[in-house]
Design a protein around this ligand. Sequence first.
Ligand code: ADP
Ligand code: MG
Length: 697
Amino acid sequence: MDKAEFVKDTRTPVKYLKGVGEVRARQLAKLGIKTVGALMEYFPRAYIARKLNPSLRELKPGDNIALTAMVSWVDERSTRKGRNLLNVGISDGRATITCSWFSYPKSFPGLFKPGATVWVAGSLSEYNGQLQLMHPEIEFVDDAEEHDFWKKREYLPVYGLSGELTQKFFRRVIYSAFELFAPQIEENLPAELIAKRGFLPRKVALQKLHFSLRPEELLGVRKRFVYEEFFYSQLLWARHQRFHSQEARGIAFENKRELTGRLFRSLPFRLTNAQVRVINEIFAEMTSSKQMSRLLQGDVGSGKTIVTLFAMLLAVENGCQAALMAPTEILADQHFANITRFLEGFSLKVVLLKGGSYKGKAQTKAAIAEGAANIIIGTHALLQSDISFEKLGFVAVDEQHRFGVQQRATLARKDEHPDLLYLSATPIPRSLSLTVYGDLEVSTINELPPDRVPVKTQVRSNQKIELVYREVAKELAAGSQVYVVCPLIEESDKVDLLDAQRMHKHLSTKVFPQYSCVLLHGKMPSREKDAIMLRFKAGEIRILVSTTVIEVGLDIPNASVMIVEHAERFGLAQLHQLRGRVGRGGQQAWCYLIEHFPLSGVARERLDTMAKTTDGFVIAEKDLQLRGPGEFFGTEQSGLPQFRFANLVTDQPVLKEAREDAFAIISADPSLEQQQNALIRKFYTSQFSEKEKLILY
Ligand code: ADP
Ligand code: MG
């Protein structure tokens, strides 16, 4: 394409840049860089400072340098290991340093003519008391057609790249991107905010990021981009809050205490103070005309289900239907069984709806549609368009992080804007919930039922596994049940991990042949999985070897041992969930975390944290600290704001400023119609209108 034909727009695909062909474009796409704009916004990971044209006599090992000098000698030889080694001495007339290459094209040594001028750049090391540049960048100055921009730079950006791309290549395309497109960089913050917060214009800030001559100014520059991201995401939440407070379209339930009072009196245990408090919080909102959108968080085993059941009964005693959606069939079954048990003698109709086709499904659907079903427990199947409710007043979503934003939005729109309660056992540190969930109200059960005995956790090396089995044998002999979790299903050549299949064989034939030991994994048909779980629950199976399919929500009180193989491979949140499967029956339970490899620093910290505490909030904070927020929320959160620049932990002060500004703007101009907000409106509409559709339900 001719240069003149360029649509000069930062949305131009990178492949139109000089030096970027199809292959390079594909490699860049792997870094998420498809357009020139994305390339320009690919921030340097670090900067190196180097000495430009230094006097060679003043140099020392560790210096980064770039200089033009004269070739004084060339020496090629074979090393003892049979490799070729090329040494070239370069001199500034007063001192000489050696440039060395181990691998190079055959024709390379011939290019060095003593007396010729070369430009070299690299990091100095020392070898046999001599200063040396290993594999420096090199240019033969005489045949250099144009002077490379980067050669003269004292500071060089360093980018996070895949192995296929070199820094040199990347810097070159960055340079040509800005050369051609810098004038097209659009501002996305209004002048008043830029002035108020003391930011640089976007165009200038971006150029500084890549080409700054004073890296100490970069902190301030970066802050602008962090602010931008927070500002627009907070604008979304500000609009959300506005929208919700204006639309009084939820159902105002009346607290009649008919069914809820009866449940309270018939409970086989006393609610914890935290449960009572949370139920009150939920009731206060359900009895208002606002549509509830609330996160119920509480550690594994804190008793979220019973709290949810109170909310369901409030809806039911007001003539509405209430639904509970779970991420897996096993969990839906478990909820169905428990809730049916709690509601024995209530003469309410509780139904279970699953995916696929099965006997009796049509009747269930009819019961839901006609209103005969009061309480509906189900899987994703509840979201299907052919499921209609007679009068849906309340929906709870268990293990909410397992569902996408889209699915939650679908639920929220069902029928008459039911009140919504999202259950989560992954506590979100306070500092983060605002950013990720906006103004979603949060209720926290911060107390476990008193009968809980904290699980004892031990980190053991695989080499001492026999000692673990000796302990486990005692538990089995006393009638307990055991979980063994492995990271993979099948043996894999690539990663030598103990897989569930091998583990199952080993345990069932060699270690505990006298007990029934069964394998469960995610690739089994769900009918088979369910059957196994039922047998485990009934105590027929004593040892369950599985992959992480058992991770969420399962409640089998008789299980008292959890063995996690290759514990170093699991994240903290996952380990915490796994451990939460035991210690639910009031007896002492054990969790053995088996390590197979010498641990890296982070893995060590993870396992130490697990051994030290059972508090889900402490674990979540630690997890966040070790992994960073991006991974903390996982991919399921897609659709929620994704931050490229901002660090949710360290950039909290910027978040505060951005939030203040965004909320002030929306409160003065909710639809962004005023002239001074035109720029915000334009950017917001182009970036956020899709997200808004998902969130403003
Ligand atoms: P989670 O919050 O992990 O979903 P569950 O709702 O499954 O926890 O509750 C775990 C177990 O604790 C269930 O068997 C439940 O009946 C029981 N439970 C709930 N609340 C209490 C309480 N206040 N006292 C004793 N046991 C309780
Ligand atoms: Mg649960």
